[in-house]
Design a protein around this ligand. Sequence first.
Ligand code: FEO
Length: 168
Amino acid sequence: MLDKRMNDALNKQLNEELFSAYLYLSMSAWFDSIGLKGFANWMMVQYKEETEHAMKFYSYIQSRGGEVKLLAIKEPPQKWDSPLHAFEETLKHEQFITKCINELTDLAEELKDRPTMNFLQWFVDEQVEEEENDREIIDRLRLIEGSKNGIFILDRELAQRQFVPESQ
Ligand code: FEO
């Protein structure tokens, strides 16, 4: 049985993951609206991954006999100044999620809740990858410095990203 504090914290993280999905779906719509279909695709894949993250929390809470409580999802922003700005905001958001995961891990340690510590390890590793992906695209956008050609080349590349469900 899950400790009440752990259950509440996991429900809060389920909500943060759903907000992440919402944020990236909003970014996908914005990229689409400015004609950058490849960037829009990259964000759409990100949206799907975040939905999967949320569902991992959902299933885990249930598997431990806890109570799933769905909280209100915040409204995400709808516009960004540039592709670089959108990716800088993405990195900032992922750094916030990393902090949330670290705090969840601290709580699981405090409660000596080993199954939850084990469950969270996947997210600890995932956050390293998430931040690395964002930094890589930010570095490239900074090199391009708004050059239209550079943006179109990167757009073609980001169009290749595909969603691979975690179970496969
Ligand atoms: Fe599920 Fe991007 O954090």
